[in-house]
Ligand binder design. Structure first.
Ligand SMILES: Nc1ncnc2c1ncn2[C@@H]1O[C@H](COP(=O)(O)OP(=O)(O)OP(=O)(O)O)[C@@H](O)[C@H]1O
Length: 356
C-alpha cells in the first residue's frame, strides 16, 4: 500500500459526512463537546476502569502517572482521553503530533520545556522520525535526553535532565510501533468501536450541550448510522439539527432524523453514496465478485486507494464485503442491504464462497 495517512484522512474528511477524521467544523465544536472527566466519558468501560486505577494509584503515591498508549480508529476519543488524564492528574497538557516532530531537536525543545508532572500528548506517534523516536526511548525511561551539539567527529552529546512527565501516545496503528517504543508504555489501551446504546448516550449528552431537543427514538436513529464512532455521531447530530430547524419545529424525532439523513445520503446502516456505489458496482456489474480492486475502482470512477482506504474498511467491518486472494467479494448481507437477489450459485462465484 502506498497511500499516505495524510491523503487518506484528507479524502476521508473532505466531502464525507461519515468520514471519521475531523474536518474544520468538527474541530471548532469538538472542544465544547469533549467530556472533561473519566466519569463523563461514555463507554470503553474496561479502558476507563483500568485507567482510573492507574491514575488513582499514581495520585495516591504522589507520583507522575505511567506513560499511556492509546490505540484505535480516528474519532473514538483518544485526544479526549488524553485531556481527561491531565485533568484527573491536575496536570497541564501539551499537545503535539508525530508528523510535527521531524528532527530530534524538535522533540528535545518540547521535552526540555515540560513542567514536572505535565502530560505530553503525542498524536500519530507512529509517524515520528526515527531519530526523534530514539530520543524518546531515553526520555521515557530515564527522564533524560542527550542533545547532540555540532556535526561529524567534533559532535558532542550534552546530557539534559528532564522533569518526570507522562507521555500519552495515540496511534491508529499500534502494529506499526517499534517494540522498544511500545514496551516503554506502562499502560496500553485499545479503544473499540462504540455500540448503539453508547452512541445514543453520546448523542443525548451532545444534544444537551448544544441545546437541541431530541427524543429517544431520534437519538437511536442517528446512533445506528454513526459507524460506531462518536465523532460521526456528533457530526450527524449537527446536520439533523439543521434539518429539524429549517424543515420542522427544531425537535429531533426518529422521523426527522431518518428524513434528514436520507437528504444527506447516509443510509440506515451508516453507508454513504461512495460505500453504496462500491457495493452496487460489485453486485450489479460483477455478480458479487470476485473482482479485482482496480476494476472495481474504475467501475465507480474513483481512485483505487479511495476505494481501498476510504470505502472498504467499513464495508468489511460491517460484513458486507470480503477481501479475498481472488478479489473483492460481496457477502449475502450485501445483497440483502441493497435489496437485490443474488444470482444462482455458480462455481467459483460469490455463492460458492459464502453459501446460499
Ligand atoms: N467516550 C466519549 N464520550 C463522549 N464523547 C466522545 C467520546 N469519545 C469521543 N467523543 C467525542 O468525539 C469527538 C472526537 O473525539 P477525539 O477527538 O478525542 O477522537 P480521537 O480518537 O482523538 O480522533 P483522532 O484520532 O482523529 O484525533 C470529540 O468531540 C468528543 O467529544
Amino acid at each position: 500500500m502506498n497511500w499516505d495517512d495524510d491523503t487518506a484522512q484528507a479524502a476521508d474528511a473532505a466531502d464525507r459526512l461519515v468520514g471519521a477524521s475531523a474536518d474544520g467544523e468538527d474541530q471548532a465544536v469538538e472542544a465544547a463537546l469533549r467530556p472533561k472527566s473519566l466519569a463523563e466519558f461514555v463507554g470503553q468501560e474496561r479502558v476507563r476502569e483500568q485507567l482510573d486505577l492507574v491514575l488513582k494509584a499514581a495520585l495516591a503515591r504522589g507520583a507522575t502517572a505511567d506513560h499511556v498508549l492509546l490505540s484505535g480508529a480516528p474519532g473514538l476519543g483518544k485526544t479526549t482521553l488524553s485531556m481527561i488524564i491531565a485533568a484527573e492528574m491536575g496536570a497541564p497538557i501539551r499537545i503535539t503530533s508525530g508528523p510535527a516532530i521531524q528532527h530530534a531537536g524538535d522533540l528535545a525543545a518540547i521535552l526540555s520545556s515540560l513542567q514536572e508532572g505535565e502530560v505530553l500528548f503525542l498524536d500519530e506517534i507512529h509517524r515520528m522520525s526515527r531519530p526523534a523516536e530514539e530520543m524518546l526511548y531515553m526520555a521515557m525511561e530515564d527522564f533524560r535526553v542527550d542533545v547532540v551539539v555540532g556535526k561529524g567527529p567534533g559532535a558532542t552529546a550534552i546530557p539534559l535532565e528532564l522533569p518526570p512527565f507522562t507521555l500519552v501516545g495515540a496511534t491508529t496503528r499500534a502494529g506499526l510501533l517499534p517494540p522498544p517504543l511500545r514496551d516503554r508504555f506502562g499502560f496500553t489501551a485499545h479503544m473499540e468501536f462504540y455500540g448503539p446504546a453508547e452512541l445514543e448516550r453520546v448523542i443525548h449528552r451532545s444534544a444537551q450541550l448544544l441545546d437541541v431537543p431530541i427524543d429517544t427514538a431520534g437519538a437511536a436513529e442517528i446512533a445506528g448510522r454513526s459507524r460506531g464512532t462518536p465523532r460521526i455521531a456528533n457530526r450527524l447530530l449537527r446536520r439533523v439539527r439543521d434539518y429539524a430547524q429549517v424543515k420542522a419545529d427544531g425537535m429531533i424525532t426518529q422521523e426527522i432524523a431518518g428524513t434528514a439523513l436520507k437528504v444527506y445520503e447516509v443510509d440506515d446502516r451508516g453507508l454513504d453514496r461512495l460505500d453504496r456505489a462500491v457495493l452496487s458496482a460489485l453486485l450489479k456489474l460483477f455478480g458479487g465478485g470476485p473482482v479485482g480492486l482496480s476494476t472495481l475502482a474504475v467501475a465507480v470512477g474513483e481512485e483505487r486507494e479511495t476505494v481501498e482506504e476510504v470505502a472498504e474498511p467499513f464495508l468489511v467491518r460491517e460484513g458486507l464485503l470480503a477481501r479475498t486472494p481472488r478479489g473483492r467479494v460481496a457477502t449475502p448481507a450485501a445483497w440483502a442491504h441493497l435489496g437485490l437477489v443474488p444470482p444462482q450459485a455458480a462455481p467459483g462465484g460469490q455463492q460458492g464462497l459464502f453459501g446460499p
